[in-house]
Design a protein around this ligand. Sequence first.
Ligand code: ZN
Length: 202
Amino acid sequence: MPHFAEGIARFQREVFPAKAGLFARLASDHRPGTLFIGCSDARVVPELITQTDPGELFVIRTAGNLVPAHTPGGDGVTAAVEYAVTVLGVRDVVVCGHSACGAMTALAEGHDLSAAPAVAAWLRHADASLARAAAGGTGAGTVDVAALVRENVAAQLANLATHPSVARALAAGEVRLHGWVFDIADGTVEELPAAASPALAA
Ligand SMILES: [Zn+2]
C-alpha cells in the first residue's frame, strides 16, 4: 500500500495545515448535522459528493445502503443510527443509492450468491425493494437495476422509520429524511420525491 504513506504525508503537509483551525475545534467537538447512509461501494464517497468538511457528516456505509428494519437486540447499524439521531441530534438523514450498484445488480439479475452466503443473507434486507421493483416492471422476470436502486432507497427510508430513535425524532419534527440517487457516470445527485417513500411522505 505504498500510495497510502504518500497520501498521509501529503495530507499532513498540505491539507491539515490549511484546516488546522477546523481540526482544533473538532478535536473536542463532534456535532454533525447529517446522518449519511450510503453504499460501501468505493466509488460513492459521501464527503466528495457533498463537498463537506470533516465533522459535518456522520456516515454509515453498508453493502447496498441497506438499513435493516428495527428488531429487538440491536446491531451495528441500529447502534449507529440511534447514536446519530438520539445522542448527536442530527437534523437530516440521507439514504443514498447509486447507479451500477453491485448489490442491487445481483438482486435484479438473480446472481448466484451461494459462494457468498453472508452477502446473500444481508441482501434479504432488500426483499421488499425487490418485490416492489418487480411489481413495477415488465413482468418478464427481470428487474431493471435503476428502478430497483430507487425502490431500495425508498424501502430503506421506510426501514429507518421503524427504528424507535428515528420514529421518535420524526414524530417530534426533529429530523427530516431524504432519499438520493447518485449517478457515477455523470455525477448527478437526484433527490427522490417525498411521494416515492411512505417515510418521506409521513
Ligand atoms: Zn452499491
